[in-house]
Design a protein around this ligand. Structure first.
Ligand code: RM4
Ligand code: MN
Length: 388
């Protein structure tokens, strides 16, 4: 295949997973703003996710968050997704919105609360069995607010025990993905604050335990592509949660705040073999659209990831290696910047046309009338929201 074909082929095969919670109402701790036409149940969320796939062609799965997406028949939800041309992806567990979890979930000092949290996680594996999902993604709000509040070490032991119980329940085709986050809601210490902690627990658990890198979960200035390179090198990069941040865990559209960072991350993914179909990496969005319309927000995010990926694929790795071997500092940097500064929008338009899609997903969605339709149809009932 010619080089240009290889790039286009990789872009056509790209798979970006959408988060069901992006379609519900969200906000900050100050206010959750309701939007017209927002889904009232997981079936309507799945329908909205299918719209994003319809116009981008590269978002064929939607992740669920349990219990936000609780329903009495998950197999039926999976069938509904299939009817719309998509599938259910990762199951995300929420063990942070119950009064019992005020001091933590699986790291809680009380064994009864820990058992309840582990029970909820095991319930998520039951959901995975019904939906055919491969990945269980775990993010814990666990931590402490004050020095001395609880034993940091004891909490690590409880965490290891809880994770072990969940890992043991997984089927051989299923994986446990452990996400880290520097701080928030805990402000003094977080039980899984960084990739090292997640990595250590995953190594201890076994091969099917992998790390999730949420791009919003680092201290300002952290070199995230370095973390990505390290995890890929160790065979432990299981998933991404893409979003953008200016300050903390802002959850803005992927590539909005720092498209250059997204490019650098995807370049490391590319050279580390992460774009290969067999890499097993789940490329997810984890965002919320507080003030912008949600479906177009997801479409834009998918396009931003596509653009960063296209630029990463355009890096002339031969020229880069040659410059590096010549110890040509500026030349090597120029090779990378040449790719980053390429306008890849025409290339992506071409890729879309080759997939039978409209070259402009944003305009195509706007022209479809779907937004007006759901605003008219979805009246009454309780809109989905994240309960903040
Ligand atoms: C957390 C983390 C999780 C996400 C929740 C909603 O900060 O990013 O991945 O599921 O937020
Ligand atoms: Mn996340």
């Amino acid at each position: 295949m010619a080089e240009a074909e290889v790039v286009q082929d990789a872009l056509r095969r790209q798979h970006i997973e959408l988060p069901s919670w992006a379609f519900g109402n969200s906000g900050t701790r100050f206010k959750v703003f309701a939007q017209a036409g927002v889904p009232r149940d997981p079936f309507e969320k799945v329908a909205d996710a299918a719209q994003v796939h319809r116009y981008t062609g590269v978002a064929p799965t939607v992740a669920l968050h349990i219990p936000w997406d609780r329903t009495d028949d998950y197999a039926r939800l999976a069938a509904a997704a299939k009817e719309q041309g998509i599938a259910i992806g990762t199951i995300n567990a929420n063990v942070f919105q119950d009064d019992d979890y005020m001091l933590g979930s699986i790291c809680h000092p009380d064994a009864k609360v820990r058992a309840k949290a582990v029970g909820a996680l095991l319930g998520c594996v039951d959901v995975m069995d019904a939906t055919g999902s491969r990945d269980l993604k775990l993010w814990f709000a666990d931590g402490t607010n004050y020095p001395g509040q609880d034993s940091i070490r004891a909490r690590q032991d409880r965490l290891a025990d809880g994770l072990q119980e969940v890992y043991a329940r997984l089927g051989t085709h299923q994986r446990l993905i452990l996400e880290y986050k520097l701080f928030e809601p805990a402000f003094y210490h977080t039980d899984v604050p960084d990739w090292g902690t997640s990595f250590l627990h995953c190594v201890q658990l076994g091969e099917r335990a992998q790390v999730c890198v949420d791009t919003g979960h680092h201290a300002p200035g952290t070199n995230i592509e370095f973390i990505v390179a390290m995890l890929l090198r160790a065979g432990k990069l299981g998933a991404f949660d893409f979003n953008s941040r200016f300050y903390a865990d802002d959850d803005l559209m992927a590539g909005a705040a720092d498209p250059f960072q997204l490019f650098r991350i995807l370049y490391e993914v590319r050279v580390g073999g992460g774009l290969a179909e067999t890499s097993g990496i789940a490329f997810m969005l984890d965002e919320c659209h507080n003030i912008e319309p949600k479906i177009p927000g997801q479409i834009r995010s998918v396009m931003n990831v596509q653009e960063a990926t296209a630029k990463a694929l355009l890096v002339d790795t031969g020229a880069l290696t040659a410059a590096q071997q010549r110890r040509d500092v500026l030349g090597a940097n120029a090779v990378l910047m040449d790719a980053y500064n390429t306008d890849v929008r025409p290339l992506l338009a071409q890729v879309r046309v080759s997939m039978g899609l409209d070259p402009d997903p944003v305009a195509a969605y706007a022209a479809s009338g779907y937004a007006e339709q759901i605003a008219a149809d979805r009246v009454g009932g309780q809109q989905s929201g994240w309960g903040a």
